[in-house]
Write a protein of this length. Structure first.
Length: 125
């Protein structure tokens, strides 16, 4: 979804949202996830832990954010929901514990901006 939205926005195409956009997701950098896995492996903590970003946002909110950050005139195009699409990122996220290895919440605008800058640079090669 992230590469599709950014690619569509940078090329001025409508962003394809499947369903009404109310499905939720959470995002994190792969490097942060790897760091969390390493720190968890080196710790004495042996309980379930959420190493991802605890903040969920709707697909519609994410699409709107990509449009805003890129400054594109793209719109959102709603398409029929695929049968494989999950409604939410994780229904059990509230029951998960945070451990001493940490759980860094990311600013989604920073995540999107950094990723968009990467895609822009890749397109200019």
């Amino acid at each position: 979804m992230v590469p599709a939205f950014i690619g569509q926005a940078l090329s001025g195409q409508p962003l394809s949202v499947f369903g009404d956009g109310s499905q939720t997701r959470s995002f994190c950098y792969v490097s942060d996830l790897i760091d969390g896995i390493f720190r968890l492996a080196m710790s004495d903590f042996h309980e379930p832990v959420n190493l991802g970003n605890p903040r969920e946002m709707t697909i519609k909110q994410f699409a709107e954010e990509i449009i805003r950050i890129t400054g594109t005139k793209s719109t959102i195009e709603y398409k029929p929901l695929r049968w494989t699409t999950r409604r939410c990122a994780n229904r059990t996220s509230h029951a998960r514990k945070k451990s001493s290895v940490g759980n860094r919440e990311l600013n989604s605008t920073k995540v999107s901006k950094k990723t968009i800058d990467y895609f822009k640079a890749s397109l200019n090669r």
